[in-house]
Design a protein around this ligand. Structure first.
Ligand code: AMP
Length: 512
C-alpha cells in the first residue's frame, strides 16, 4: 500500500503547501522520520544525498510548533551557507499557507539585515554555526524556547572542525527538546556524538550509508594529471554537455579551471568559499537557469546543492576522502533522474580511488572511451622518466653502463585520439614538455633552496617559495598558465602539507 502525506497527522495548510511544491508521496526517509518526530522521538538519520531529508525533518517541525513567539522554537544548523539557504527556501515553500516565520543567518551576508529580521521574532531559525554564535553572544538570538534542534549534514560539520561551536551551541539550548541529527554518511565518530546529543534516538537508515545511487552510471579514467584539462575540454566539447558539475580539490583549482574553460569557450562558473555570497548565488542561479553549463566547484561549496537537472558530475581531482565521492556523485541522478559520474584518476591518486572502491563496496568501471588517457599515461610516464634521466647528474665514464642501441621513437603507436587531446592541451603543457626535453634547467631546485635557507622562514613562506621555485622551472607562456601551474603544483610540492590539512586551511576559514 502506498503511503501518502495525508496518512500522517499533518494539518490541511501544510498538506496544501506540500501539494503546491509537487510532492505526491513521501520518500522512504520521509515516511520513517516524519512518523518518529511526530511521536516525539529523537532521530539519527542516515540517508543518501537527494533522498528528501529536508522535508523529512521540516514537515514534523512545521506541524508541531506554535508560530508567533519571539524566540525560535526550531533551530536547524547546516555546515554551509548554500545548504542553509536551500533548507530555508524549502521550509518557506512548505509553509507558504502557514503563519510561520523562518529566518536564515550565515556568515558573509549582512549582519544588520539579519538583526533586523531577528528583532521581529522568528519561529524557525536556519543557521551556520559561526554566525549563529555571534548572534547568540550578542543576545540577538535566545535559544531557551527551543523545542527542536536539527543538525544537518552532521558529518561534514564535524569534519570541518565545527565541534567546539556545536558544543557551545548545545550549552545554550534546553535539555528538554527533540533532537535530530542528519548525515549522509555516518562514520563511527559521528555516530558516537549523535548518541551523546540525542536521547533514546531511533536510527533511520535509508539505503546503505556508503552506497551510491543506482541511477548514477559511474566510470573512471586513468589519466596523467597534466592531461586532465585537455581531456575535460574534449569531453565537454565533443559531447556538448550542458549541465555539468566539475569538482576540484582546492578553491584555487576551481577558480583557475573555470577561468581556463571560459577562455576555451565553455560557459563555466566557479563556486568556492573564497567568493562572496553574491558571486556564489549568481553562479548557482546561473547554473540552475542554464546560463552556465558547467559549474566548477569545491566540495564544501557544492555540498547540499539541490539542482535536479545535473546530467554529469566530473571529478577532476579524485576525492581524497571516500565519503566525498558519494556526496559529489549524489549531485547527479537526483529525484529519480539518471546521471553520469566520471572520475579522473592520476597515478598519484590511485590510493584515493582504491579507498573509494573499498568504501562503496564495488570497483568503478574503467572507461574505454578512446583509450586515450591510459595510453597517454603510459606515454607520459616514459616521457617523465626520460626527462628525469636528462636531468640526472652525468655519470663518470667508468660508472656508465654499456649503452644500448637507441630505440626508434614509438610515435606511430600513439592513437589519433591522443594526438587530438595533445593538440587541445593548454600551452603550458607544450611549454613544460619543451622545457624538460629541450631546454636546460636554469634554476635547479637544490640551488634555489641553498639561496633561501629554510630555517629562517615560516612554514607558509617555505611553502610559497617552493611553489615559486616550481613555477620558475616550468616557465609558462602567459599569466593564465602561470596561475594554472600554481593551482596544480606537482605532488612533491603538495606533499609538504597533508591533504586534510590543505583542505581545512583552505576552506574552513571562509565559511562563517
Ligand atoms: P533533499 O534530499 O531534501 O535535498 O531533496 C532532494 C530533492 O528531492 C529536492 O529537489 C526535493 O524538492 C525533492 N523531494 C523531496 N521530497 C520529495 C517527494 N516526496 N517527492 C518528490 N520530490 C521530493
Amino acid at each position: 500500500m502506498t503511503i501518502r502525506f495525508s496518512d500522517f497527522e499533518l494539518g490541511p495548510e501544510l498538506l496544501k503547501g506540500i501539494a503546491d511544491v509537487g510532492y505526491e508521496t513521501p520518500t522512504p526517509i520521509q515516511s520513517k522520520t516524519i512518523e518518529l518526530l511526530l511521536s516525539g522521538r529523537d532521530v539519527i538519520g542516515c540517508a543518501q544525498t537527494g533522498t528528501g531529508k529536508t522535508a523529512a525533518f521540516s514537515l514534523p517541525i512545521l506541524q508541531k510548533i506554535a508560530p508567533g513567539g519571539p524566540n525560535p522554537q526550531a533551530l536547524i544548523i547546516a555546515p554551509t551557507r548554500e545548504l542553509a539557504d536551500q533548507v530555508h527556501k524549502s521550509i518557506v515553500d512548505y509553509s507558504q499557507h502557514m503563519p510561520v516565520k523562518t529566518v536564515v543567518v550565515y556568515g558573509g551576508a549582512s549582519s544588520r539585515f539579519q538583526e533586523h529580521q531577528l528583532r521581529d521574532g522568528v519561529d524557525i531559525l536556519v543557521a551556520t554555526p559561526g554566525r549563529l554564535l555571534d548572534h547568540v553572544r550578542n543576545r540577538l538570538i535566545r535559544l531557551y524556547d527551543l523545542k527542536f534542534l536539527i543538525l544537518d549534514e552532521a558529518d561534514r560539520m564535524l569534519d570541518m572542525g565545527f565541534i567546539p561551536d556545536i558544543e557551545e551551541i548545545l550549552s545554550y539550548v534546553p535539555r528538554q527538546r527533540q533532537t535530530l541529527l542528519f548525515s549522509a554518511t555516518m562514520p563511527p565518530a559521528i555516530e558516537k556524538l549523535a548518541h551523546k546529543m540525542t536521547q533514546d534516538a531511533e536510527m533511520v537508515v535509508a539505503g546503505n550509508r556508503s552506497s551510491t545511487a543506482s541511477s548514477v552510471t559511474q566510470s573512471v579514467y586513468h589519466i596523467h594529471k597534466n592531461d586532465k584539462y585537455a581531456f575535460l575540454l574534449k569531453l565537454l566539447k565533443q559531447n556538448e554537455l550542458t549541465s555539468v558539475i566539475v569538482f576540484t580539490r582546492t578553491k584555487i583549482g576551481a577558480g583557475q579551471l573555470a577561468k581556463t574553460l571560459i577562455q576555451a569557450g565553455i560557459n563555466a562558473a566557479p563556486i568556492h568559499s573564497n567568493l562572496t555570497q553574491i558571486q556564489r548565488e549568481r553562479a548557482l542561479d546561473g547554473f540552475r537557469q542554464g546560463t552556465f553549463s558547467v559549474l566548477v566547484a569545491t566540495d564544501i561549496a557544492a555540498r547540499g546543492i539541490d539542482i535536479n537537472h545535473v546530467s554529469h558530475v566530473i571529478n577532476f581531482d579524485t576525492p581524497t576522502h571516500a565519503e566525498d565521492y558519494v556526496h559529489r556523485i549524489g549531485r547527479t541522478g537526483r529525484a529519480e533522474a539518471t546521471g553520469i559520474a566520471i572520475t579522473f584518476t592520476s597515478r598519484e591518486e590511485m590510493k584515493y580511488l582504491k579507498a573509494i572502491e573499498n568504501f562503496v563496496g564495488h570497483s568503478i568501471p574503467v572507461a574505454e572511451m578512446a583509450e586515450a588517457p591510459q595510453r597517454q599515461e603510459a606515454a607520459r610516464t616514459k616521457a617523465t622518466t626520460a626527462s628525469k634521466e636528462d636531468r640526472a647528474p652525468k655519470e663518470t665514464p667508468a660508472k656508465r653502463k654499456p649503452s644500448r642501441p637507441a630505440r626508434p621513437e614509438k610515435k606511430a603507436e600513439t592513437a589519433p585520439a591522443v594526438e587530438a587531446i595533445r593538440n587541445e592541451s593548454p600551452p603550458q603543457r607544450a611549454e613544460s614538455q619543451r622545457t624538460s626535453s629541450e631546454a636546460p634547467r636554469t634554476t635547479p631546485r637544490s640551488e634555489h633552496s641553498e639561496r633561501q635557507p629554510r630555517g629562517r622562514k615560516s612554514p607558509r613562506q617555505q611553502r610559497m617559495s617552493s611553489e615559486n621555485a616550481w613555477t620558475r622551472t616550468q616557465p609558462a607562456t602567459n599569466t593564465q598558465d602561470a596561475s594554472w601551474a600554481k593551482a596544480y603544483p606537482p605532488a612533491t610540492t603538495r606533499a609538504a602539507t597533508s591533504p586534510r590539512h590543505f583542505f581545512l586551511r583552505d576552506e574552513v576559514e571562509y565559511l562563517n
